[in-house]
Ligand binder design. Structure first.
Ligand SMILES: O=C(CO)[C@@H](O)[C@H](O)COP(=O)(O)O
Ligand SMILES: [Co+2]
Length: 223
């Protein structure tokens, strides 16, 4: 099943409740937590995630771009948070952290920066509910999609199919109605979009346009 998760990174933080209402037809909302250490940008932390969880009924997908998620990630497994994603590059023991997140009722997800290979994740694929393949360098919205990340998606989807496990594959960075079908054809099924949704006058219409872009075209060989 295709899922569209707008990222509020490009929303109007002063009118956030309004901007959340504008994406009511989405499948989830993606919250980018950045600490100005793991990535060179600073956004918000737990108090903001807690408040958003109070005002939206959309499942929340937290993307932690922070140092030491082994220490901090569990705090984000609160009511309303569907999945917590931590970066492989920042985590000491990804399997232990994923198990703890699951024990707290959150779906556990691991993210890979563009320069990070899939090998370690492939070895422990059953431990994760979702893998996030970054299609830009994490830190900022509005960057260009990296099609060279597609083999990672193909490899992950292939291994999940071999193992017979349900694995969500998320892509984040430069997703538009043009790039989404490329990622979908490579095996992605959860699509994060910031500027493609909130960089336009009508985020509801853009969310709908992304969903249409994800629908298999007649005659295509899409999954
Ligand atoms: O994690 C990140 C950026 O590091 C994202 O979730 C951005 O919000 C994506 O923005 P666009 O590339 O869609 O504008
Ligand atoms: Co993100």
């Amino acid at each position: 099943m295709v899922r569209i998760h707008p990222s509020i990174l490009s929303a109007d933080f002063v009118n956030l409740e309004r901007d959340l209402e504008r994406i009511a037809s989405a499948d989830g909302v993606h919250l980018d937590v950045m600490d100005a250490h793991f990535v060179p940008n600073l956004t918000f932390g737990l108090p903001m995630v807690q408040r958003i969880a109070e005002v939206t009924s959309l499942p929340i997908d937290v993307h932690l771009m922070i140092d030491d998620p082994d220490t901090w990630a569990l705090q984000y497994a609160i009511d309303g948070v569907d999945s917590v994603t931590f970066h492989a590059e920042a985590t000491r023991d990804a399997v232990a952290l994923a198990r703890e997140l699951r024990a707290r009722g959150a779906r556990a997800a691991i993210a890979l920066k563009p320069g990070t290979a899939v090998d370690d994740v492939l070895e422990h694929l059953r431990e994760f509910d979702m893998v996030l393949v970054m299609t830009v360098e994490p830190g900022f919205g509005g960057q260009s999609f990296m099609p060279e990340m597609m083999p990672k998606l193909q490899e992950l989807r292939g291994r999940a199919d071999e193992l017979g496990i349900e694995l969500a594959l998320q892509v984040d960075g430069g997703i538009t109605a043009d790039t989404l079908p490329i990622a979908a054809a490579a095996g992605a099924d959860v699509f994060v979009a910031g500027s493609a949704v909130y960089g336009h006058a009508d985020p509801a219409e853009r969310t709908h346009a992304l969903r249409l872009a994800a629908a298999p075209q007649p005659g295509s060989l899409d999954r």
